[in-house]
Design a protein around this ligand. Sequence first.
Ligand code: PMP
Ligand code: GLU
Length: 397
Amino acid sequence: MIELSERLQSMEESATIAMSQKSRELRAQGKDVISLSLGEPDFHTPDFIKDAAKQGMDDNFTTYTPVPGYLDLREAISRKFKRDNNLDYSPDQIVVSTGAKQSIANTVLSIVNPGDDVVIPVPYWVSYKEIVRVAEGNVVTVSAGIETDFKITGAQLEAAITPKTKMMIFSTPCNPTGSVYSKEELRDLADVIVKYPNMVVICDEIYEHINFGSKHESLAQFEDVKNQVVTVNGVSKAWAMTGWRLGYIGANTEIAKACSKIQGQFTSGTCSITQRAVIAAMDADPSEVADMVKAFESRRSLVLDALSQIEGVKANVPGGAFYVFPDVSYFYGKEFDGQKIQDANDLAMYLLNEALVALVSGEAFGDPNCIRISYAASEETLTEAMRRLKVALEKLK
Ligand code: PMP
Ligand code: GLU
């Protein structure tokens, strides 16, 4: 019998992927499951991007690519950083990877030594914690509840910092809460970060364009901390390109080189055709996706309205991304038909079995009081899902 590594055995499976896999299986058995579990736009990649990919194939961009990505792609990303974020990253400070997930893994593996502390605000995106654990880092969580719109302050960050702190990882707009940090809130974090020059901060901005309120703000805009910040972004969400697999970082040259070195041993440069396609996306005006963002905004209202009509559910108003992360702890201790709900995991399973709606337990995001609803689905589907959720939740006594 083959014994798998301790590293693997102590790793948790991605809850978002596990739940979407489960709903796929139930569907294959003929069950009418609505999956609001995976954070994936239900739109198609815009045609002009597909056309650029086809052109790339016709032009025979079919061989290995430079490890950090084609130079003309990195130049296009550099222009994008300037245009959308007012950030100056030269092409040698940009590394293109097989999804933002790999960008984060490269960065963590480049910076974190076994036993180093990595501060992660809760709620966090599922993979941050497991990636840090693979690097044998020590996850230090800082809790931000629904009362503070799930955002941490500089003072909270500072209280979590120890002499072993090497990194912090967070997202804005945030997955799973949709919360968006304002410029002032980022400055408050930067005031602390600047005091710890050995600490690197991953600012994951993959939901940048899916923002319904104020302008998106990047942490790296503050020159005094820019050298410590790794700005992560990608095309999965904004350009509906989850299957194409491309993410990227802007970082100081040393970190960019380190990420490229790791990538050179693990995967090499990402898909050549994808890279040709993404050049077109980078040079396009973000208003190209305005219709998609508008659709997400009206779905957000639909979901929030429906939740407000269910007794016991508390939700914040997410400023971006396509998730709502309501507090559902009111239902813990209740039961229906012999099914007792002790926690968010039980509730997610109950809703899957009873309502045939797949959501993700807040536990996977570090907040056991909540559950994540991804509203990347049509209004018709969402209306039916919310109807089913209300019926099932109201049965719990
Ligand atoms: N960061 C966050 C916050 C995410 O939600 C996701 C999920 N797609 C990623 C990174 C990874 O994105 P991808 O690997 O598809 O670029
Ligand atoms: N990021 C998405 C989510 O949170 C996709 C799944 C994943 O990559 O984990 O659902």
